[in-house]
Design a protein around this ligand. Structure first.
Ligand code: ZN
Length: 149
């Protein structure tokens, strides 16, 4: 396991700065504020409501354009929802974006879980992952995600 350092090189603000995101493959984190409860369009035994709060969504970008292209898609307001996280993003404010070129979102998930992140909805954002409780995590503050920077 890597030492207790941020797993990302820097943070990015949504908007024009997103163009500066790395075009390499790797992992990214979207830090989200949800102001009002979000009802997800997925029936689950325990219901599927996200309470207001601070969240981080972890994803990976392996396709053309790497992290930059994937994050730009997430930030586009007019896209058709494709992943469950799109329904969350439609009701969230993206605070900042972190990129980890060559990184892996599951390692990031473990790193965050060791620092107090929790998975409010099991499997949310991680339907293609059998190891993590979720790839959308509730976090106590932004510093938890950025490693204190
Ligand atoms: Zn995972």
């Amino acid at each position: 396991m890597r030492p207790c350092v941020p797993l990302c090189e820097r943070t990015y603000q949504p908007g024009p700065d997103a163009r500066a995101l790395p075009a390499e493959a790797g992992a990214y984190a979207l830090v989200l504020t949800i102001a009002e409860s979000v009802q997800l369009p997925v029936p689950r035994p325990n219901g599927c409501t996200l309470s207001p709060g601070l969240y981080v969504y972890l994803g990976n970008a392996r396709g053309p354009g790497g992290i930059a292209a994937r994050v730009r898609r997430h930030l586009r307001p007019d896209k058709r929802p494709r992943w469950h996280v799109d329904h969350v993003l439609a009701r969230a404010e993206v605070r900042c974006v972190l990129g980890w070129p060559g990184g892996e979102e599951c390692a990031w998930q473990r790193w965050l879980s060791e620092r107090g992140a929790s998975a409010p909805v099991k499997g949310l954002g991680s339907s293609d992952c059998r190891r993590c409780p979720a790839h959308l995590l509730a976090v106590p503050d932004v510093a938890t995600v950025t490693g204190g920077r």
